[in-house]
Design a protein around this ligand. Structure first.
Ligand SMILES: [Fe+2]
Length: 180
């Protein structure tokens, strides 16, 4: 049985903590690409967590029409996280311990959708930068991944904007009924 070296006080060992076999793999890694992948992973998990929270809050307010929509958004973000993880592993890396942004509170569906739109804007901006960087260094696979995720986040942003407009026009509930 292989023994793993303990890392007292750390949950994020660097590549130097592993043997030569792993260090050789690390030599192929572009630190900025890894940085984009790690940052994207944190934002995707944070957005997924936020959407699950909004689904729960919407359900508690009796706005059941929105619960499935928030669940669908959360599932899409976790699918994006899976694609980012797949790319990290292909590059010889592993997720290094994402720090999540807390879910934002919302008193009504309009406020909820506005917070969701903020999450999407962050992701769209990050993927635009990441795709541009990958193109600049000639990394076709990273460019393809980041450009595809940029497109999907842009679609989600438009979807949330559409819900917000519909909700505002049709006068959806503006106050929570039971609090949380
Ligand atoms: Fe996403």
């Amino acid at each position: 049985m292989r023994m793993r070296r303990q890392m007292p006080g750390s949950v994020m060992p660097g590549i130097g903590a592993y043997g030569p076999r792993y260090q050789a793999a690390g030599a192929q890694m572009n630190p900025r690409v890894l940085g984009f992948l790690g940052r994207a992973l944190s934002l995707e998990y944070s957005a997924g967590q936020h959407y699950l929270a909004q689904a729960a809050l919407a359900g508690q307010r009796g706005e059941s029409a929105y619960v499935d929509g928030f669940h669908q958004l959360a599932n899409e973000e976790f699918s994006h996280a899976a694609q980012l993880t797949q790319r990290l592993v292909a590059l010889g890396a592993l997720p290094s311990g994402s720090v999540l942004k807390p879910a934002d509170p919302a008193m009504d569906i309009v406020e909820a959708l506005e917070t969701c739109r903020g999450r999407e804007v962050e992701l769209v901006n990050l993927y635009a930068q990441a795709a541009q960087y990958a193109a600049n260094i000639g990394s076709g696979e990273d460019n393809e991944l980041f450009a595809r995720l940029h497109e999907e986040e842009t679609r989600q942003l438009e979807q949330i904007g559409g819900w917000l407009m519909t909700c505002q026009q049709s006068g959806c509930p503006t106050n929570m009924m039971g609090g949380w």
